[in-house]
Write a protein of this length. Structure first.
Length: 180
């Protein structure tokens, strides 16, 4: 479902009657980042009222969960060195562009660049889990491989479009001039 709509994940809500109202279990399903779970519920004079109250409470729970994971913590933060596997300069520029658009990323310092690997130091606000979550929203994956942080583009950059074809002139006939 998330792929169909181009989303990074989906929230699965399971509602069940109980205690004179509706109880809702919430779980965020996403391929990257830590999972999120929440609970909501609603009471009402009728089943429709209880469902409406449960929907409103579930919406609040999802919004609060998102805010907590995305809240910038300027008192916290750090730096980490990461390696970024790339196949071209265009891919590196795409990853760098995504990195600079992440709100918790304060600075990206290029340390080394080779044909297929880039080394950067990322300065960020918050903690490493928050950085990972924020990067996932820009389709970047940050994971630890032993003692080394690896930063990868989840979706590779779009290939450059081919140049437009120019009409060819026949070598046998010279170009036309204004007087002809």
């Amino acid at each position: 479902l998330a792929d169909k709509y181009g989303a990074a994940g989906a929230i699965v809500a399971v509602a069940s009657p109980g205690g004179g109202g509706i109880s809702v279990g919430l779980a965020e399903v996403r391929p990257l980042g830590a999972p999120w779970e929440g609970r909501a519920g609603g009471q009402g004079a009728s089943r429709d009222d209880a469902l409406a109250a449960a929907v409103a409470d579930a919406t609040r729970a999802v919004e609060e969960g998102w805010k907590q994971r995305n809240m910038l913590r300027f008192g916290e933060g750090g730096k980490l060195m990461a390696l970024i596997p790339v196949s071209s300069l265009n891919e590196w520029m795409s990853v760098k562009n995504r990195l600079t658009q992440v709100p918790v990323v304060e600075r990206v310092e290029l340390q080394a660049l080779s044909r297929n690997l880039v080394q950067v130091v990322v300065t960020f606000a918050g903690d490493e889990a928050q950085l990972q979550f924020a990067l996932n929203q820009r389709e970047l994956s940050l994971s630890k491989d032993g003692d080394t942080w690896m930063l990868r583009a989840v979706t590779p950059p779009a290939p450059p479009s081919p140049p437009e074809a120019q009409p060819e002139q026949s070598p046998a006939s010279p170009p036309a001039t204004a007087g002809e």
